[in-house]
Design a protein around this ligand. Structure first.
Ligand code: NAD
Length: 367
């Protein structure tokens, strides 16, 4: 007999996506179609090239350009930027840049209720989610808000041609982490699983070529996969891996994409006893033996320039101990119970960057 699919409930998120090489040329008409005429343009100061090209396509509609951008979105920065949007009488916020720029745009949109448009230039996938983060003191808090979800996303793979290889690699692994964790996060569903698995497959297939930089098609495949990754994350939510990355980002300003790229294989190794079925499906979609999944992801991360271990991004052993205590006391969501001893042991392995231990073959079949 054929297995009946399990019951599920799925919230489908709104929003328009325009995808294609050269798609930035459609930004102006798409903004007009949204009914907007006064743009706040958000682009990091060091990405003046992106701000210029976006402004050219916005054809005189930019009333204010905001260039101060910081990773993990400090709350005071968000407040100042939101005030600038209101002072300028903007009726739409347009971001061009990576997840940090989009994150600031989200915080502005949440505070001002202005519609948000994103032109992503990394593989972070944030543009497809209503999740936003704000950092105060040493704590990064994430929340969901309908206003944080862009009404329009314009994906133009040409904009990523100058993305440095040192950003491409970890950014691609950040997207892969969204796809992986979407398979075991609380709100997963079978439609979302299909998106997550195909996104992961594309990243596994194309990240190395995108990292080498000579293949525009690989960049396009990666950007499409990043969109799928964000979509999967938006619906399923996050679990232990993402929560730990946010914890390390908030407590120690750990670089976001690199933290994801380093931790993912070890997080999967720790969770393996609780997620055998998901590991088997993910490995099948990547075409690797399930028991080698951690090692395969670790090798992929290293082949695209991910720093070796959490110590490679400047974290100290003492900080890892502090993060372990904080993770246990804050009861981070996890499909496997957290104890300080076990969590400490795998975070210590992630700190050294040693190859993760091979898993045992999962023996479940999906129903
Ligand atoms: P980032 O935005 O900081 O960009 C990384 C680097 O790439 C920066 O130095 C930037 O200047 C450079 N860069 C970006 N585009 C470029 C281009 N086209 N050419 C050359 N250089 C370019 O990093 P990120 O990894 O994209 O984003 C990290 C942030 O995004 C974190 O704050 C994270 O929390 C957030 N995020 C949020 C979600 C969500 O759903 N809310 C999802 C993923 C990431």
């Amino acid at each position: 007999m054929t297995t009946m699919p399990a019951e599920f409930t799925r919230d489908v998120l709104p929003g328009r996506v325009v995808f294609g090489a050269g798609a930035l040329a459609r930004l102006g008409p798409e903004i007009v179609a949204l009914g907007a005429a006064r743009v706040m343009l958000v682009a990091a100061g060091k990405r003046a090239d992106l701000a210029r090209v976006a402004a050219a396509h916005l054809e005189g509609r930019v009333v204010v350009t905001w260039t101060e951008v910081a990773q993990h979105v400090p709350a005071d920065l968000a407040e100042r930027a939101a005030a600038a949007a209101l002072d300028a009488g903007a009726d739409v916020v347009v971001t061009i840049g990576g997840g940090s720029t989009i994150g600031l745009g989200k915080a502005i949109a949440v505070q001002t209720k202005l519609p948000l448009v994103a032109v992503p230039t990394t593989y972070a996938g944030s543009e497809m989610t209503p999740i936003y983060g704000l950092t105060s003191g040493r704590e990064k808090r994430t929340a969901r808000d309908a206003n944080a979800l862009p009404q329009l996303v314009v994906y133009d793979p040409d904009l990523l041609a100058a993305l440095p290889p040192s950003v491409v690699g970890p950014s691609g692994l950040n997207a892969l982490a969204h796809c992986a964790e979407a398979l075991w996060a609380a709100n997963r569903d079978p439609v979302n699983d299909a998106i997550a698995l195909d996104g992961a497959r594309r990243i596994h297939e194309h990240l190395r070529a995108a990292h080498e930089g000579e293949d525009p098609g690989a960049r396009g495949q990666m950007l499409l996969a990043a969109s799928m990754a964000g979509t999967a994350l938006a619906t399923a939510g996050t679990s232990l891996h993402h929560s730990l990355c946010h914890l390390l980002g908030g407590m120690f300003d750990a670089p976001h994409a690199e933290t994801h790229a380093i931790l993912l294989p070890y997080a999967i190794g720790f969770l393996r006893p609780a997620i055998g079925q998901q590991i088997e499906r993910l490995a099948l979609s990547l075409g690797v033996p399930p028991e080698r999944l951690e090692l395969e992801l670790w090798s992929l991360a290293h082949s695209v320039g991910t720093p070796r271990g959490l110590r490679g991004i400047g974290l100290t052993e003492e900080q890892i101990e502090q993060a372990t205590s904080a993770a246990v006391s804050r009861r981070l969501p996890s499909p496997r119970a957290l104890t300080a001893g076990e969590l400490g042991a795998w975070l210590a392995a992630a700190w050294t960057g040693q190859p993760p231990a091979s898993g045992t073959a999962a023996n479940h079949r999906d129903g």
